[in-house]
Design a protein around this ligand. Structure first.
Ligand code: NAG
Ligand code: NAG
Ligand code: NAG
Ligand code: ZN
Length: 447
């Protein structure tokens, strides 16, 4: 009901901000917040996410909004839910609004409330796993559509709201399979929105790319020997040489960030995840034996601006060279170039007219966008960028600490509702934009 109270103000920023604050407690749409809390209570948490319950909830939600709802299961138990708000021009490329349904586990003892109760504190903070990453966004898309429908807005381009499973474990059975499906080709995506991060400032953050993830394991072998024996080429010695080189590289990169020369997401980070050597004994390790194998594992994040080929050469020739009796293996190796051999970034200059439409729509709501950034971790957006689709990473949460994957993850309901207004403006603008089928995205036609 109260939604209609706001409907007369199209996108007048300041006024809207004020009203939001005043009406949060009284008569602003309870629905959006209630729906968010209900979604947060569904335990789509790894390692055993309840996708069945999420599917039931979302299908009913989509139907309530009179959207077409398609449920696909490329892998049994991993539903991909596609909702469509049909545009008046089916020839025009469409708008894809993506969110993932799954969330990461919690350490419940460190939370001030049950992480799956979606407790609303008197301040309006809603505490729950997924309140920032990224159930909020899924509900915001849908509630923005509800508001546009109430204004009898009609999209020209079709608007697709996509809910995928398993993003937090790599997206292989969710987004990756969906992108490879016929259904995906059929919907002819023009531009996609995917997750961003909360912003502690008064501006929204926006992301045009992400760092590529590699998990590397390096292993050294060498002759075993008595602990007292001095000899060259033991496994530990060979591995230690690598560790020294890797540490030096890490420090160099890290210093560029510490000195302010580069943003965190603009440097290659390489962090040790495991170190394995030694011969176990009932009381710990056999102490007078030099082991014949030693292994180390690293989490590596590579920004699109880095020379990943050179890094791979370094791994092969310096960090795990055969001459030092070493081998290496990638436990995970995400791509760092698109199908057309471009870096996996979405341009935000004039070559990408969608970007300007998006940015203008956000700024119409009275909130500024900060300088586009590289997302520090991996998102499902990479699968789309790999195929040269433009992807804008955006989660409208300002004046909010970044708490994804953290204890006591929360989102204030006023901030959440303001985000619904941001999407209302964005969806209206993107779905009626009458350009952007130009040469930069010609490749899309071939897919
Ligand atoms: C959507 O839900 C509302 C509130 O429960 C109900 O009044 C309305 O009729 C529903 N609309 C559809 C199309 O199911
Ligand atoms: C590599 O292994 C071979 C065979 O065990 C050994 O002779 C050689 O010294 C080792 N080289 C190094 C650098 O450890
Ligand atoms: C990994 O190391 C980088 C520096 O290379 C640092 O910025 C980052 O925070 C580290 N990540 C973790 C999880 O420790
Ligand atoms: Zn996420």
């Amino acid at each position: 009901m109260a939604a209609h109270g706001l409907a007369w103000i199209p996108y007048q920023p300041l006024l809207l901000g004020l009203l939001l604050i005043q009406q949060t407690a009284a008569s602003l749409p309870e629905d959006a917040v209630t729906n968010l809390r209900e979604y947060l209570r569904i335990k789509t948490v790894h390692p055993q996410p309840d996708y069945e319950a999420a599917k039931e909830f979302l299908v009913a939600y989509g139907k309530n909004l009179t959207l077409e709802v398609d449920v696909m299961e490329f892998v049994s138990g991993d539903p991909v839910i596609l909702m469509t708000w049909k545009g008046s021009n089916p020839e025009a490329s469409s708008i894809l609004l993506n969110s993932h349904m799954d969330v990461v586990p919690v350490e419940q003892v460190k939370w001030r409330h049950d992480a799956f109760e979606a407790v609303r504190e008197p301040s309006g903070d809603i505490v729950g796993r997924g309140s920032q990453d990224m159930k909020c966004v899924g509900i915001q898309y849908l509630e923005a559509i509800r508001k546009l429908q109430a204004k009898v807005f009609k999209p020209v381009r079709s608007v697709h709201v996509l809910f995928v499973p398993d993003e937090e474990i790599g997206g292989h059975d969710g987004m990756e399979r969906f992108i490879a499906s016929e259904k995906f080709s059929d919907i002819q995506v023009g531009v996609a929105l995917d997750e961003g991060l909360a912003s502690p400032t008064a501006d929204y953050r926006v992301f045009y790319g992400e760092r590529t993830l590699w998990w590397l394991s390096i292993k050294a072998v060498g002759a075993p020997g008595h602990g007292s024996k001095l000899f060259d080429g033991s496994a530990a010695e060979n591995l230690l040489k690598s560790l020294a080189l890797i540490s030096a590289y890490r420090e160099e990169e890290f210093n560029a960030y510490k000195s302010g020369e580069a943003a965190e997401a603009e440097v290659t980070s390489i962090n040790l995840s495991f170190l394995k050597a030694g011969t176990p004994s009932p009381s710990g390790f056999v102490m007078n034996l030099q082991p014949s194998e030693a292994e180390a594992g690293f989490d590596i994040r590579i920004p699109p601006s880095a020379d990943a080929e050179d890094l791979e050469r370094r791994i092969r020739e310096e960090w795990a060279p055969v001459e030092r009796n070493m081998t290496y293996e990638f436990l995970q190796k995400n791509v760092y170039r698109s199908v057309s051999a471009e870096p996996l970034v979405t341009p935000f200059d004039v070559s990408n007219p969608w970007w300007a439409v998006f940015a203008t729509a956000v700024e119409k709501t009275g909130v500024k966008l900060s300088k586009p950034e590289i997302f520090p971790a991996a998102t499902d957006g990479r699968y789309l960028r790999y195929k040269d689709f433009p992807v804008i990473g955006f989660s409208p949460m300002r004046e909010t600490p970044v708490l994804l994957h953290d204890h006591n993850e929360f989102l204030n309901e006023g901030v959440f509702l303001e985000g619904v207004d941001a999407y209302e403006s964005i969806i209206a603008a993107l779905s009626t934009f009458d350009g952007a089928d130009g040469p930069s995205y010609a490749l899309r036609e071939e897919l």
